[in-house]
Design a protein around this ligand. Structure first.
Ligand code: S3P
Length: 449
């Protein structure tokens, strides 16, 4: 464990992470358990809340985002045990029985909480709901879910011509639609499918490329009837199913594993074993991209746990080479672009990432923020309208950088700092707790002088 190299200072609600690699460089060795998958954690809490009976969730992510989901559903009547243990129980209240909350629902920093929940709220007749979030979430586009919900008959009001939170939702009986989404977004798809749960008839979503399918898998496990047409990327849900509480075992989050996959690839002599990682094919774009870059990653002990494929990942350092990442792979690695940009800094040649304009409306404008913050460290990185161009091989220098309140930026900068010359100071490091509260502790545990 190395606190002289990796030091975290807290003052009030803010944290500063300082990383000072020794002049001789550092090494990364060990075995890691990563926190539960954020997407699956949200869905397990939500479906548990609206199902009949008890849902037991093991391996839940105890990060800030699932806490927001749990608090919202508690405010609407679900009994959810405290999120202080990875085993959480949810006493469901049954489909259609979400209560009108007496307070504004607070989704915090979590786009998944707000967008998925909107599908459920809009379809609960005779109840009024108000939803808000932090400054980042209040600036993120909600029209992508509000517009299709309005086509189903939903009544939703918000700032900026009904596109930004805070939002007010007057629940209605909705009508089914076939929605052709212009973007491959699991949040949009899931929102409409959840609205379809409460809607008589068949509701279909077609997306231009396949986004993560955790909702489809879990809805089926809870008893919903889904028709999936893989040739057209379409999912159809039949309204008014009987949902029954389940036992859900949440695998480790591949988006969190990604930081270690890149760290061990770029630090000379490193070797890490990351246990129990979800390898759902709609999420493994990061493995394919790193493979294209020549990374040395092997999958061990592959198994299926409650409907989701899982493996242990072994990664060893190697010289990476540049590649081009674009097209249908983008939705399957959408959250990993910041850490892929870090990998590209240590690859031979110029890496191009395209078709990723969606990153501009994540927790921050990730294209602008990663380019500007890595730029401060001397990186050769250029922002494109829909991506990044990164030329590897230039030495990084420690600098004072900022997460801009974005968890994945905070952790990506920390991994870049492992290979920088001198001290890097990362302000806003507390953001990591959104998806990975033990990130710094794990980094200290695997870092050797
Ligand atoms: C998520 C979907 C993705 C992803 C987000 C979580 C989900 O967003 O970026 O972190 O749980 O459905 P989009 O599907 O909107 O791209």
């Amino acid at each position: 464990m190395s606190k002289s190299i990796i030091n975290l200072q807290s003052a009030e609600n803010q944290q500063t992470l300082t990383i000072t690699p020794p002049n001789t460089g550092l090494s990364l060795q060990g075995t890691l358990q990563i926190p539960g998958d954020k997407s699956i954690s949200h869905r397990a809490l939500m479906l548990g809340a609206i199902a009949e009976g008890e849902t037991i969730i093991e391996g839940l992510l105890l990060g800030e985002d699932p806490r927001s989901t749990a608090d919202c559903f508690r405010a609407m009547g679900a009994k959810i045990s405290p999120l202080n243990n990875e085993k959480v129980t949810v006493q469901g209240i049954g489909l259609g029985h979400l209560q009108e909350p007496s307070e504004v629902l607070e989704a915090g920093n979590s786009g998944t909480t707000m967008r998925l929940m909107l599908g459920l709220l809009a379809s609960h007749p005779d109840r009024l709901f108000c939803v808000t979030g932090d400054a980042s979430l209040r600036s993120r586009p909600m029209s992508r879910v509000i517009k299709p919900l309005q086509t189903m008959g939903a009544k939703i009001w918000g700032r900026n011509n009904n596109s930004l939170a805070p939002l007010a939702i007057q629940g209605q009986t909705l009508k089914p639609i076939h929605y052709h989404s212009p973007i491959a977004s699991a949040q949009v798809k899931s929102c409409i499918l959840l609205a379809g749960l409460m809607t008589e008839g068949k509701t279909t979503v077609t997306e231009p490329a396949l986004s993560r399918d955790h909702s489809e898998r879990m809805l089926q496990a809870f008893g919903a009837t889904l028709d999936i047409d893989a040739t057209t990327n379409s999912v159809t849900i039949t309204g008014h199913p009987e949902l029954t509480g389940q036992k859900v075992i949440v695998p480790g989050d591949i988006s969190s594993a990604a930081f270690w996959l890149v760290a061990a690839s770029i630090v000379e002599g490193a070797e890490l074993l990351i246990e129990n990682v979800g390898i759902n094919p709609t999420r493994t774009g990061i493995l394919e991209a790193l493979e294209m870059m020549g990374a040395n990653i092997s999958l061990e002990n592959e198994r299926v746990i409650t409907g989701e494929p899982v493996a242990d990942l072994r990664v060893k350092a190697t010289q990476l080479k540049a590649c081009t990442i674009q097209g249908e792979i983008i939705p399957r690695l959408i959250d990993e672009v910041p850490i892929l940009a870090v990998a590209a800094l240590f690859a031979q040649g110029t890496t191009i990432i395209k078709d990723a304009a969606e990153l501009r409306v994540k927790e921050s404008d990730r294209l602008a923020v990663i380019a500007s913050q890595l730029g401060k460290m001397g990186a050769n990185i250029t922002e494109l309208p829909d991506g990044l161009e990164i030329t590897g091989g230039k030495e990084l220098n420690g600098a004072e950088v900022d997460s801009c309140g974005d968890h994945r930026i905070a952790m990506s900068l920390a991994i870049a700092a492992l290979r920088a010359k001198g001290k890097t100071i990362i302000n806003g490091a507390e953001a990591a707790a959104i998806s990975y509260p033990e990130f710094v502790e794990s980094l200290q545990a695997i870092t050797l002088e």
